[in-house]
Design a binder for this molecule. Structure first.
Ligand SMILES: [Mg+2]
Length: 402
């Protein structure tokens, strides 16, 4: 079997809002095409135009080759060996960052091919089932133009999520720092107030997490806020500090009673080793695409087991990423939950419309995937509409791929 083509699709929600803190408004979908007609599908979470350039650019010397060029003609059935070749072959430009994130989409598509060729769901390629059902969590980020509407909507959504069966919810509560969602602004006491209201609404049995998206500018501030949460049973606090300062993460992780989670932006198992060992973070949050694909996500899961950490993947994209995370969860006993918002509860059109997926959320759980590969199918009409929206925003870049 040989790879004969790699198609890159830059897709954009026509109604995207640049003031929203949401990477689910665009995506790159990669299709790896084989000479036997089997096509693997993958995606990754970074600027989609940049991702396409990373994959399609030719190289000029041994340390800086093109991803597409390296893959064409190659047997696709050993994704981990291919990952190493792509990583080493692009290292002078890549090694971390965008190129590794882009390799992630290709790697995901390769695993999809392997599953389809063997006729088994991807997770069965990696080991025995660690669980008999999957427990997803709902990320809640109301689209609100004012704090009072945000607050009301958050409480309402949390109530609806629990009514739908969710046993875990995550509150996106970013009212300060560089990534305030749609310009919302409030003091830190507002986070505690909302957590309290949501806890009162959902009751004691529901896991509650909070993501402040890098809002705090010091360890002291993060500790001051989390000290108010002693009675709220917060499962973890995500991304409290800027991710580069692992010394501060270590200080916070060792002093905070609320466990700390981080890692959605990181690439490779080596960055996660630093986050766990130097940053002393308890919950590692690889995004299956960004980390470098499934091959790297599996390594992060192994690393977490070795270091006694838990893994809770980031999956704020389309049904392709959520499928990849679900397959990982099947073989990872130290993954208590993972990000999975059912399409019907999502505000993102890409999440709702891009793929037909196998996963059906029922009574708080997902059944194990059984279809070969990742079990997702692209919807051509949605692809065409979202590709056209991307072309309108940057026509010259769209021309590059033709
Ligand atoms: Mg986050």
């Amino acid at each position: 079997m040989k790879v004969v083509d790699i198609r890159t699709h830059v897709l954009l929600d026509p109604d995207f809002d640049i003031g929203a803190t949401s990477s689910a408004q665009d995506t790159i979908v990669v299709e790896v095409v084989t000479d036997e007609g089997i096509v693997g599908v993958g995606e990754t979470d970074l600027n989609a135009w940049i991702a396409r350039a990373c994959i399609e650019s030719p190289g000029t010397h041994t340390m800086d080759q093109g991803i597409k060029h390296l893959l064409l003609g190659r047997d696709p059935l050993d994704p981990e060996a291919i990952w190493r070749e792509l990583y080493v072959g692009t290292a002078m430009t890549g090694r971390r960052g965008a190129v590794v994130h882009a390799i992630g989409a290709v790697d995901m598509a390769l695993w999809d091919i392997v599953g389809k060729v063997r006729g088994v769901p991807c997770w069965q390629l990696w080991g025995d089932a660690a669980v008999s059902t999957l427990t997803p969590y709902a990320s809640l980020q109301p689209d609100a133009s004012s704090m009072s509407i945000y607050e009301e909507t958050m409480v309402e959504w949390a109530r609806r999520a629990v009514q739908a069966g969710f046993t875990a919810v995550k509150l996106e509560a970013t009212f300060d720092g560089p990534y305030r969602h749609k310009g919302l602004k409030a003091g830190d006491e507002k986070i505690t107030e909302i957590l309290q209201t949501v806890r009162d609404t959902v009751g004691p049995g529901v896991r509650m997490m909070v993501d402040v998206q890098y809002a705090f500018d010091s360890v002291e501030r993060a500790l001051r806020v989390t000290r108010e949460w002693n009675d709220l049973d917060v499962f973890f606090l995500e991304a409290p500090l800027w991710p580069d300062d692992l010394t501060k993460y270590a200080e916070l992780s060792t002093q905070s009673k609320v466990p700390i989670a981080s890692g959605e932006w990181l690439a490779t198992e080596w960055e996660f080793r630093d986050l766990a060992e130097r940053g002393k973070v308890q919950f590692l949050q690889p995004d299956t695409g960004r980390v470098g694909g499934i091959s790297q996500a599996l390594k992060v899961c192994r690393l977490a087991a070795d270091l006694g950490r838990q893994v809770v993947p980031h999956a704020w994209k389309t049904g392709i990423s959520t499928a990849a995370a679900a397959h990982l969860a099947m073989v990872t006993p130290h993954m208590p939950t993972f990000e999975f918002l059912p399409p019907e509860l999502s505000t993102s059109r890409l999440r709702r419309e891009l793929v037909l997926e196998e996963l059906v959320f029922e009574n708080g759980l997902l059944a194990p995937p059984t279809k070969p590969g990742l079990g997702v199918e692209l919807v051509p009409e949605a692809m065409a509409e979202f590709a056209a929206a991307a072309e309108r925003v940057w026509p010259s870049a769209a021309g590059m791929a033709r």
